[in-house]
Design a protein around this ligand. Structure first.
Ligand SMILES: [Zn+2]
Length: 334
């Protein structure tokens, strides 16, 4: 790094820190953006005298920002920091320069609410509930729970816009996250089942992905089973499943693309009227988000495994889809 580059980087960093400091007040509210860097400010509590409790706040240099929350709330990886501002990768894989934004220096967890935007709705329930909205609601509720227990969490998508699979994976990889969880609700309807048809797809070449999937499968199925009035449906091989094309490569982009340890969780079947009714309730969001957050905490803080991965992989050839950049229209970034 040359002297002038270093100066530019440092001055941009100082600007970024002041933006962060200006927004810290909102950090404590429920509507905090995803995510303010938790390491930017550390609060330490010390006993000054045996009877006086004193709280001090110290600001530390958190390092180089890796991604940015744009003023409109869109998460974008930072490609470079210059005098003109932050050069960022837009959701549609273009480049843009942003002067303002909230920097993200690190994250432990990335939650990926599947689908988004006018065209890519995902499944739609018979009650009109769109998968893209359900996935986002569940992701936000889970993020709040993780933040509340001190686990830094970033969402790949923060409102209703299109974001190709490449960008979703890039956000997790840029931030060097420990876990990426893509959140989905399934279609079409399969066979009737006594238990929820939850399934988690994992990276078959990564034992840690199987372990993460096993914990999510265990926590979510256990938690959803309490809704005993629901007429569940399921695939015969539901569980923690490797899904591969006939050539042996992973079928799903959100499993194949990330360097990060990743899983894709299908919580249930939105196409099934009985499940769609449940998924539209606040109670479902509360129960499902608690189960997912608990599984992620167990993954990060223990070496427990949950349920075992299926012995047999599933073979599936995807028929394309709308996860690419063609036809992608970026949301406003500022
Ligand atoms: Zn989906």
């Amino acid at each position: 790094m040359t002297g002038s580059t270093r100066r530019r980087t440092l001055s941009a960093k100082a600007g970024a820190l002041s933006v962060c400091a200006a927004l810290l007040a909102s950090c404590a509210s429920d509507e905090r953006p995803f995510l303010l860097p938790p390491d930017a400010v550390r609060t330490t509590t010390t006993l000054a005298t045996p009877t006086t409790l004193e709280t001090t706040t110290t600001t530390e240099d958190p390092g180089t920002p890796l991604a940015l929350i744009s003023p409109t709330g869109v998460i974008v990886p930072i490609l470079n920091i210059g005098e003109g501002g932050y050069l960022v990768q837009t959701p549609c894989q273009a480049e843009a320069t942003l002067v303002f934004g909230t920097p993200i220096y690190q994250t432990t967890v990335v939650l990926d609410p599947g689908h988004g935007g006018a065209i890519e709705t995902g499944a739609v329930g018979p009650n009109g509930l769109a998968e893209k909205d359900l996935n986002l609601t569940l992701a936000k509720a889970t993020a709040r729970r993780l933040l509340d227990v001190g686990i830094s969490t970033v969402l790949t998508r923060t409102s209703d816009y299109r974001i190709p699979l490449a960008t979703r994976a890039q956000i997790a990889d840029t931030l060097d996250a420990s876990a990426l969880i893509s959140i989905h609700h399934n279609a079409p309807i399969l066979s009737d089942s006594e238990i929820p048809g939850t399934e988690v797809f994992y990276q078959t070449n990564r034992p840690e992905s199987g372990r993460l999937g096993g914990l999510i499968q265990q926590e979510v199925v256990d938690a959803l089973a309490q809704f005993s009035d629901v007429d569940w449906v399921s695939a015969r091989d539901a569980g923690v499943v490797g899904v591969l094309k006939p050539d042996g490569t992973p079928s799903y982009g959100m499993i194949r693309r990330p360097q990060t340890t990743a899983v894709l969780a299908e919580f249930g079947y939105l196409a099934n009227p009985s499940e769609a009714e449940l998924f539209a309730t606040d109670e479902y969001i509360e129960v499902a988000s608690e189960a997912l957050a608990t599984a992620i905490e167990r993954f990060l803080e223990s070496d427990q495994s949950g349920v075992e991965v299926n012995a047999q992989n599933r073979t599936f050839t995807p028929s394309g889809g709308t996860g690419g950049v063609i036809g992608c229209i970026d949301p406003p970034l500022e």
